[in-house]
Design a protein around this ligand. Sequence first.
Ligand SMILES: [Zn+2]
Length: 455
Amino acid sequence: MSTSREDRASNVLWIAEMAARNIQPDIEDVDDPGNAAMLRAWDALTSKIRYLMPRAAASWKPEFQAVLNSSHSMRVEKIAVERKSQLQGFTGVCMACGREERNCRYSIDLAGPFDPWRWLKGADRVSPEYATFINKYEETFSKGFLNCATHRGKLPDVDMGTYVVGETCLRKAKLMYLLQTMVMDRCYAAEREMEAITDEEKHDGNFDGNFELSEQYTVTDEAAADLVQRQDAIELAIADEKRPVPEIETDASFWEVIDEGRNLVSNGDPDRFNQLIRDRAKKMLRGLKRHCSEDERGEDDEEEEGWGSACDDASGEDDDPYHPDERPRSTKRRRTCVVNDAEGDEEEEEEEEEGAQAGAQSGAAGSFSAGTSREQLPRRISSRVPPPSASAMAGMQRAAGNLPSRRATLVSLMELQIRLARQEKHVDAAVCTNAIQTLQELIQRVDELAHSVES
Ligand SMILES: [Zn+2]
């Protein structure tokens, strides 16, 4: 059965809308063809993200990988040379990979906690995950949030500090961030859309306080096409380093609060300010380094579990009980202002530091359609070499000794399926079943073809 990518994207958007509206999808009802299609779309998206994340990673120190993966918010800013070396501790070394670097003029602010893996579980887990996230996120805007700064001279825990990294590490960090927050960002965008619809209906006097349970309000052909395009842009940027990285959406109001906390603690002294955010970054890295080294993983097993599970629960979040129903209707925050960090536009130099950013922020008001802005789309597609196919990439990885043989992969997948079934994770086990059958079919086909060539 073939489903178009736009159909699958629509299903993903519907899952995001349900999360935004606090609706729990009924995934048990497998006889419903619409439901089955939704679950297939979800599996396709999450396997894709899982597949791409290790490919977006650079040879970072595991602790940086862990800090990055623990972030739900990222802000990229252009900084002056002097401030950059102060933030780096005058080492000239990239804080992500530890190598010397000269070219990068951007800093990365990170805030969390976040756990990408929790967002990639079942379609039925998105709604509670989003509720937990948004409740915590909205706390940033609550009255006493900066009490820690005013009373104890301490930055809020969500502030994970500022990192100065080299050009390649910056690019890859952005790609990783885009992948890990993709589902969460869709939910957040859906919530903003629902708010806009509510406001509009209230304004027109049509709103009775209710939405039809099964009606899809934010899922449109246009939104689905946007999502497909955005996924393509990310995937292409991972495969080809010459392609532009899609823009990072930042919530200016969120970072205003974080900056205010930093200002309060540093008492407005710029040197103390820089020292403070550098210390916070170093503390994060130290804490997660300890966490990572406890697992004692080889640095070079980059495939799959290499970086992912080593620092899996780095955020320190346990299985909190979910309280989706307690979620208040959120305030009017926007995670949509786009920082124009001029990736790939190296010609335009330093000067217009503030100007460029302010201009870009005002231009990106339409949250949901932000994905279609011109700069996000790959430019000059036709003149570029197509990205390597999945099979070519797998072949290269296998040749480099990074991927186990096809049959060993099949066997470990079967083992995973059994483990999942034992843990009664039947939906996940069913995903494995499909993957196993597909793999078996492909291996058999390859064998047949090999024999037909030989004979
Ligand atoms: Zn680096």
